[in-house]
Design a protein around this ligand. Structure first.
Ligand code: SAH
Length: 389
């Protein structure tokens, strides 16, 4: 994997997220500037097919148009400030935003141990021999998170701000560039920092951008959105995208008392409401919902919890992803011992469920679930695993 030299972005007033414009919006904007129609797709393709967000580099556009685009605020909304490589093949990108804040995105090669039990594990068809290895990218939707789950670093940090659609899609554009020649972006998971359905409009726009055939062109079935259970958002997603976006839900407990204790969102949308929304979600044939269940010692890891979970999921087409809790600073919560994890998995399998255990991956670079924090602030120190080739 290549690594660009660490980039520093000049601070700038937050510009309109022009790199998140859809082609028809470019058509309108450029028409208002008196430009011919075909320029709209040209600009869109520069950004989304080629990953070029700096108008200066759009070499087949007239100089005057490039200048106008720059003046209107088209520019890369974030830059890769560091790339950390885990021993298991996972790479974490530290990304700097224009307001000086940092976010993170993780590249997870499939077929490496890191992808075992991965969320976007739908089989691919038509992969040619010799094709580049598939990589799933995990992206962030907010700086921090407002959901305040007690076991999650982003939740403990709290919400700093929403990312705009440009800042979200640019993670993918930079991630894809990072893979160049060595991996193929085969899936995107909205499982980084933030609650994607708490930033719905920006995320919905990103879904349209990701799947646009003139741009990245990724099928929405390769995009997994993970939510802590915002019921209105789940319904909106179903309405706007017809169930084509793969949905993952962080359940983590099958009784309201336990769930409310570790996930405050459960007080607003208790399990009965959430499960009803999942039953309404129009999962296409041969597809399934992903249920994420972070196992926390002494909280949700008993045989009774497993039985309750199996009962709650009855009749739903699901795969269960068990995630032994990854260590997080600021909480004493921890993973059960491996025998308990195995027993929990076995109990669910005995109830006829499909269950993966997602063991700690990328944890040597704090890239595992729940460990993405506001590192730009907390850990400026260069990590010994940093690859700068
Ligand atoms: N807000 C979204 C995306 C969050 S991160 C959501 O809640 O689904 C993706 C997954 O990692 C979620 O299932 C989340 O609950 C889980 N997670 C958070 N902290 C964790 C930790 N410390 N150990 C293991 N999994 C964790």
């Amino acid at each position: 994997m290549t690594s660009d030299p660490p980039a520093k972005l000049p601070r700038a007033p937050v510009a309109p997220a022009l790199c998140a414009n859809l082609p028809e919006e470019w058509t309108d904007l450029l028409a208002s500037w008196g430009e011919p129609r075909y320029r709209a797709l040209q600009v869109f393709r520069w950004i989304h097919k080629r990953g070029v967000m700096d108008p200066e580099q759009m070499s087949d556009l007239p100089k005057s148009l490039r200048a106008r685009l720059a003046e209107a605020g088209l520019c890369p909304p974030l830059a890769v400030s560091q790339v950390l490589a885990s021993q298991d093949g996972t790479h974490k990108l530290l990304l700097q935003l224009r307001d000086g804040r940092s976010i993170e995105s993780v590249l997870i090669p499939r077929g490496s141990p890191a992808s075992e039990g991965s969320y976007a594990a739908q089989p691919e068809t038509g992969v040619e021999a010799g094709a580049l290895p598939p990589v799933t990218q995990c992206i962030s939707s907010q700086v921090g998170c407002a959901m305040a789950c007690t076991f999650c670093a982003s939740g403990i940090a709290g919400l700093k701000r929403n990312l705009d659609a440009g800042e979200i899609i640019a993670q993918v554009l930079l991630g894809r560039a990072q893979l160049e020649g060595q991996g193929r972006l085969a899936g995107v998971v909205l499982m980084g920092m933030g609650e994607p359905l708490h930033n719905y409009d920006a995320v919905a726009r990103v879904l349209r951008l990701l799947s646009h055939p003139e741009g990245i062109g990724m099928s929405l079935r390769r995009v997994t959105l993970s939510t802590s259970g915002l019921v209105d958002g789940i319904d909106r997603l179903a309405k706007d995208f017809g169930g084509h976006v793969a949905l993952a839900v962080s359940l983590h407990a099958a009784d309201d008392a336990t769930r409310s204790q570790i996930m405050p969102i459960n007080k607003r949308h208790p399990l009965s409401e959430l499960m009803a929304a999942l039953r309404r979600y129009p999962v296409p044939p041969h597809r399934f919902l992903t249920i994420e269940y972070t196992l926390i010692r002494g909280i949700n890891d008993s045989m009774r919890d497993a039985a309750l979970l199996a009962r709650t999921l009855r009749g739903l087409r699901v795969k269960v992803n068990l995630i032994p809790m990854n260590p997080v600073a600021g909480t004493a919560l921890q993973a059960p011992d491996p025998a308990t994890v195995d027993a929990f998995q076995e109990a669910l399998i005995a109830h006829g469920l499909d269950v993966f255990v997602r063991r700690q991956r990328g944890d040597d670079i704090a890239a595992a679930c729940g460990q993405l924090a506001l590192l730009g602030e907390a850990r400026k120190v260069k990590n010994p695993f940093a690859v700068v080739e």
